[in-house]
Write a protein that binds this ligand. Structure first.
Ligand SMILES: [Zn+2]
Length: 141
């Protein structure tokens, strides 16, 4: 994480954007700073939502599976990440993705405000381990 992505201390001790009821520095921040690894696909899903929220482009890139990580992915995130303001995350359900699985799916609804009005993203995301660590594969679950 470079200096431009540094998160203010008051946000670190505030509630995590992923809706876990934990403080950010005891939840997704541990994954964002590489201090711990996601145990489940849902953990990674939540940390990616929080990364969108805090606009942590590098984390979004490195948590994408190499199989689907397009060469221009970072530029793509950088060009549009400032246009959306994320409001909430609801996990609808998940299958597999446990500490002993190699693949998993998480269905979620994420609310955001785009250019004008509030909208929702409803996605069935697929996750797959890479070298033992959960990565986001695609939204074709
Ligand atoms: Zn969190």
């Amino acid at each position: 994480m470079d200096a431009s992505e540094k998160i203010p201390r008051e946000r670190e001790v505030g509630p995590c954007p992923c809706g876990s009821d934990k403080r950010y520095d005891q939840c997704c921040m541990l994954l964002h700073y590489g201090r711990s690894q996601p145990e489940t696909a849902e953990d990674l899903m939540r940390s990616r939502y929080s990364a969108y929220y805090f606009r942590l482009v590098d984390y979004l890139v490195q948590s994408t599976h190499p199989d689907t990580r397009e060469p221009n992915l970072k530029a793509e995130y950088e060009s549009n990440i400032d246009q959306l303001f994320w409001r909430y995350l609801n996990i609808v359900g998940s299958s597999k993705g446990t500490p002993t699985d190699k693949v998993g799916k998480v269905e979620f609804i994420a609310g955001y405000v785009g250019s004008t009005k509030p909208e929702e993203l409803h996605e069935r995301a697929r996750f797959k381990r890479f070298k033992g660590t959960w990565k986001y594969l695609d939204n074709k679950g």
